[in-house]
Ligand binder design. Structure first.
Ligand code: IVH
Length: 683
C-alpha cells in the first residue's frame, strides 16, 4: 500500500518534470519537442493523478498556474535591493558622451559591453527560494512594489520551479557555468513582462468584439493585464517574460552579465535572442543601428536599446546614482516616419463647437500598422506647414500616439488649406473667439454634431458612466430620433433599444440597468457630464462639494462663484452663461423628475488629515492612476495644484519624478512616496 502511494508520488513528480521541460522548450526556446496532442495527454495524466491524490498537489505543479483567488488589493512588498531605473539617451553623441564619462573612472582601456533590446513592457521581480517561485512583484516606486505573484504564475514562460536545462546557451555564448542548482537558495530575477505584437492585436480584437475599451499599446496591455484582480483574466492574456537583471541572489558566483543571462536561460527562463557582447563602443553603435533597422522583425515591441557594461567588477567601480546605474544607458529610438500623400482634410466638430481638421492619407505601413489618418491639430498648424490636399508628406508616430504630419516632401498643390467659413455639420457661422485663439468654433448651440459629441461625453466612463452606451449606440438613437436632450436618455424603453443593431433581449436589459444605475451618481459626475465649457472633473468635484445640490449651483451668484479659490473668472462666466439658458434649466428639471440624483453625498471632513491641504503630484504612480489620486485628495477635502510653492503642503513623488521633486526638496516641503501617500488617504 505504502509502496503504491510512493509510486504515485514518484509518477506525479516525473510527469511534472516532463511538462516543465516541454514548457521550457515551447515557451522559452520556441522549439517544441512534442505535439500539442502529446503535451495535452501528459497534462491530463497529471491532472487525473492529482485529482485522485490531492494530498500531493503542490504550488509548483504546472496544474497550479491559475490557482489564485480574486483579490481586492495588492499587498505592498519592500524590495530587498532597490529596483532602479535607467538613464535615457537619444543620439550617438549621447552614447559617446556616456562612454567618455565612464572611461574616466576606470583604467582598463577595453571595456566590454552587452547590448540588449529595450522591451516595452512592465518590469517585474521574481523571487525563488530553494528553486521554487515564491513571490513576484511590480517595480512600484523602486522601493516598494505590489505583490502580483498569483498573476505572474499565469505567465507561461515563468518557471514555477527552476530546473537545470543542459545544452542550451544564447548565441553569444559564455564561459561554462558549473553552479549546481541545489545551492541556489535565493534567486531574485528581474525582467520585463510584455505581450507579443500578434497577441496584442488578438487581445484588442477580442475586446472590441466584447464592446470593451481597447489598449492603446502593448505596454498598457501588459500592465493592465498584470494588475487584474482576477488571475483567471491575466491567464487569458498571453503574457511573456524576459529576464534582464537581478536583485538578491545567493549561491552563484558569476563575473559578467552575459554569464548571468546564459545561466538564466539554463535554469528555465526566456532570455532575449538579439543580445550582443561588444568589445568596443563602435561595435555597440553598429549593433544599436542593426536593432533599430530590424525592430519590426521582432515579435514584440521595443522602444530602444539598453547598453550595459558587461563585467561586474567594472560595473561596481563605475557605480550608481540613487536613480539608476551609471554603468548602463538606455538609447531610445526616434519616432518612426513614413512618406505618404494627403488625400483630403476632414473637419470634425467637438462638443464645445471647436472645429478640428484631420488628415486622410493614402494608406501607408508604419511599424507594421496601416496608417490612413493623422492629426493636424488646428488651422494655424496647416498654415505653418503650408499644407494642402495632394501634397506628399512625412508622417511620424511616436509610441502609441496618433500619427502627426511632420513636413511636406513634395508640394503638389497651391497655397494651404483654408479654414471653412461655416460649420460642416449645421452650416452656421464659425468664429475665433479672440485674435490669439487658434480654434474656430461653431456658434450654434443646437448644432447636431456638437450634440452628438455632448451625448458621447455625457454617457462616457468618467461622466455618467453608462456601461454599453458607446458612440455607435448614440449614433443609432440619434438616427431613430430618440434623443433630443440628455433627459431623453432616461426615457429610453426596452423596445427602443431592441431596434438597435445587434441588440437582443440580454443586451437591451443590461443597458436599461446601466442607465438606471447611473441615476445614483453623485452630483459631481452630473456636473461634469453636462459638459459646461472649461469645467473638467476636478472643478466638478469642487463645485459639487461647495454647492451640494444642483439648484444651489444654478442659483449661485457671481460673487459666490468667484469666492472659490480654484474657480477662476473664465470658469465663473462659463457657469453663469450655461445656467442662464432656459432650455438647459428645463432639461435639468426633467432629469431630476426622471430620478437622476442631483445631490452630493455629505463627507465628514472634520477628521480628514487632508482637509485644506495642498498637494502636488509628480512622476508616475504605480498602484493608482493620477486621476484617482487627485480625486481622493479632493474628496477628502484637500486640493491639488500643478506647481510647487511655499504654499504646498505635500509633494507626492512617483516613478521618474520631474523637477518638482527637486524644488520640493529645496523648499523643504514634506515629500510622500506612493506608500506614504496611500497610508495618509487610508487613515
Ligand atoms: S536593465 C537598473 N534591460 O526599462 C535597471 N531594463 O526605462 C536594470 N527594460 O526599469 C534594468 N528592457 O523595466 C534592462 N534589456 C533591458 C530592458 C530593461 C526593458 C526596462 C526596465 C527598466 C526600464 C527603464
Amino acid at each position: 500500500m505504502q509502496e503504491d502511494i510512493n509510486n504515485i508520488a514518484k509518477q506525479i513528480e516525473e510527469l511534472r518534470n516532463q511538462i516543465r521541460q516541454h514548457d521550457y522548450f515551447y515557451y522559452c526556446l520556441d522549439d517544441p519537442k512534442i505535439s500539442d496532442f502529446d503535451y495535452d495527454n501528459l497534462f491530463k495524466q497529471l491532472q487525473a493523478l492529482e485529482n485522485s491524490n490531492p494530498q500531493f498537489i503542490t504550488q509548483d505543479s504546472p496544474t497550479q498556474r491559475v490557482s489564485g483567488s480574486v483579490s481586492s488589493t495588492f499587498n505592498q512588498v519592500k524590495h530587498k535591493v532597490p529596483m532602479l531605473s535607467l538613464d535615457n539617451s537619444y543620439s550617438t553623441d549621447d552614447i559617446l558622451q556616456w562612454y567618455a564619462r565612464i572611461k574616466k573612472n576606470i583604467s582598463d582601456d577595453d571595456i566590454e559591453f552587452i547590448v540588449e533590446p529595450k522591451i516595452d513592457g512592465l518590469s517585474a521581480s521574481l523571487t525563488y527560494i530553494n528553486n521554487l517561485f515564491v513571490i513576484g512583484c511590480t517595480r512600484g516606486d523602486g522601493e516598494y512594489g505590489e505583490d502580483i505573484t498569483e498573476n505572474l504564475k499565469t505567465v507561461k514562460n515563468i518557471p514555477l520551479k527552476l530546473i537545470y536545462n543542459q545544452g542550451y546557451s544564447p548565441k553569444f555564448g559564455s564561459q561554462d557555468i558549473n553552479t549546481p542548482l541545489e545551492e541556489l537558495t535565493v534567486c531574485e530575477v528581474r525582467g520585463e513582462v510584455y505581450i507579443n505584437k500578434k497577441d496584442f492585436q488578438m487581445l484588442n480584437d477580442n475586446l472590441v468584439d466584447a464592446e470593451m475599451q481597447k489598449f492603446a499599446n502593448p505596454r498598457n496591455a501588459a500592465a493592465g493585464s498584470l494588475r487584474q484582480k482576477n488571475p483567471k483574466v491575466t491567464a487569458e492574456r498571453k503574457l511573456s517574460f524576459f529576464v534582464h537583471s537581478f536583485g538578491q541572489v545567493s549561491g552563484i558566483e558569476l563575473n559578467k552579465h552575459s554569464q548571468f543571462i546564459d545561466f538564466c536561460s539554463k535554469i528555465g527562463f526566456a532570455v532575449q535572442k538579439d543580445i550582443k557582447v561588444c568589445k568596443s563602443i563602435d561595435q555597440v553603435l553598429d549593433f544599436i543601428k542593426y536593432l533599430q533597422e530590424n525592430r519590426d522583425k521582432l515579435a514584440y515591441e521595443i522602444d530602444g536599446v539598453v547598453v550595459k557594461v558587461n563585467d561586474y567588477k567594472t560595473q561596481k567601480i563605475i557605480g550608481y546614482t540613487n536613480k539608476s546605474p551609471k554603468w548602463a544607458m538606455a538609447y531610445k529610438f526616434p519616432a518612426r516616419q513614413a512618406q505618404t500623400k494627403l488625400l483630403s482634410i476632414k473637419l470634425q466638430v467637438g462638443r464645445t463647437g471647436v472645429i478640428t481638421p484631420a488628415a486622410s492619407l493614402e494608406p501607408v505601413s508604419l511599424s507594421g500598422v496601416t496608417i490612413s489618418n493623422a492629426t493636424l491639430h488646428n488651422f494655424d498648424e496647416i498654415e505653418r506647414l503650408n499644407l494642402n490636399v495632394g501634397d506628399d508628406i512625412i508622417i511620424e508616430r511616436a509610441g502609441d500616439v496618433i500619427p502627426k504630419v511632420v513636413k511636406i516632401i513634395n508640394k503638389n498643390s497651391q497655397g494651404h488649406f483654408l479654414p471653412p467659413l461655416h460649420c460642416p455639420s449645421c452650416n452656421s457661422r464659425i468664429v475665433k473667439e479672440t485674435e490669439e485663439d487658434v480654434y474656430y468654433r461653431c456658434v450654434n448651440p443646437s448644432c447636431p454634431a456638437q450634440f452628438q459629441r455632448s451625448l458621447v461625453h455625457f454617457v462616457s466612463r468618467d461622466a455618467m458612466n453608462i456601461d454599453g452606451f458607446g458612440e455607435v449606440v448614440v449614433d443609432q438613437l440619434l438616427k431613430l430620433n430618440k434623443l433630443h436632450t440628455f433627459a431623453d436618455i432616461y426615457k429610453l424603453t426596452f423596445d427602443d433599444l431592441m431596434m438597435l443593431d445587434l441588440f437582443k433581449e440580454k443586451k437591451a436589459n443590461n443597458l436599461i440597468q446601466s442607465i438606471i444605475k447611473s441615476k445614483q451618481n453623485p452630483l459631481n459626475k452630473l456636473i461634469f457630464a453636462l459638459g459646461i465649457r472649461h469645467i473638467g472633473e476636478k472643478s466638478a468635484v469642487i463645485l459639487a462639494d461647495k454647492f451640494t445640490n444642483i439648484d444651489n449651483l444654478i442659483n449661485a451668484t457671481q460673487e459666490q462663484l468667484l469666492s472659490i479659490n480654484e474657480i477662476g473668472p473664465i470658469l465663473v462666466q462659463s457657469i453663469l452663461d450655461y445656467f442662464s439658458n432656459e432650455e438647459t434649466l428645463s432639461m435639468i428639471k426633467e432629469l431630476k423628475l426622471l430620478g437622476v440624483n442631483a445631490i452630493e453625498p455629505e463627507k465628514d471632513k472634520s477628521f480628514s488629515p487632508l482637509a485644506d491641504k495642498t498637494f502636488v503630484l509628480t512622476g508616475e504612480l504605480s498602484t493608482i492612476t493620477r486621476k484617482d489620486a487627485e480625486n481622493y485628495i479632493l474628496s477628502l477635502g484637500g486640493k491639488t495644484t500643478s506647481a510647487v510653492s511655499k504654499k504646498t503642503d505635500f509633494v507626492v513623488v512617483g516613478n521618474e519624478p520631474g523637477s518638482k521633486y527637486q524644488k520640493a526638496i529645496n523648499l523643504g516641503i514634506k515629500i510622500l512616496n506612493e506608500k506614504e501617500f496611500k497610508e495618509l488617504i487610508n487613515k
